[in-house]
Design a protein around this ligand. Structure first.
Ligand SMILES: [Cu+2]
Length: 143
């Protein structure tokens, strides 16, 4: 009778240990390689369509939180960038040719609208607005 009670306790301890080990090593849910992806918001604030006085067409985009906020972001492959336009005019979120490992273009994103892109390639992405090329943002994507 007593040995049966001991056996039940031993079995219970072993079951708890196995379940605990499975959770701890991340065997449930696709293995330990699985990484939580995130969505990072980048916002165009009001009046960001206005170019700085010293800036002229042909100059490189200005990387400043005044235009895209935040204007420098580090994320991982598989993360999503959400561009949010809180300005009063339409903007784009477009990679600069030859200055991004992958090209993408949101097209015109109207006031109050947003657009999402999930990055698949590591590297540095230089992004600007085709309608207002003084606006720049740099996204670093880690492998
Ligand atoms: Cu714009």
């Amino acid at each position: 009778m007593a040995s049966r009670a001991v056996l039940i306790v031993v079995v219970a301890v072993v079951v708890v240990a196995i379940v605990g080990a499975v959770f701890a090593t991340g065997m449930l849910g696709g293995g330990s390689q699985q990484r939580q992806t995130k969505v990072v918001k980048i916002v165009s604030n009001k009046d960001s369509y206005l170019a700085p006085k010293e800036w002229k067409m042909g100059d490189p985009p200005v990387i400043s939180d005044r235009y895209y906020n935040p204007s420098r972001v580090t994320i991982n492959v598989g993360d999503t960038v959400e561009y949010v336009n809180q300005d009063s005019v339409a903007h784009t979120f477009t990679t600069m040719k030859g200055k991004a490992p992958e090209q993408f273009d949101s097209g015109l994103v109207g006031p109050g609208k947003s657009w999402r892109y999930t990055v698949k390639t590591a590297g540095e992405y230089n992004i600007y607005c085709t309608a207002h090329p003084h606006k720049g943002v740099v996204i670093t994507v880690q492998p």
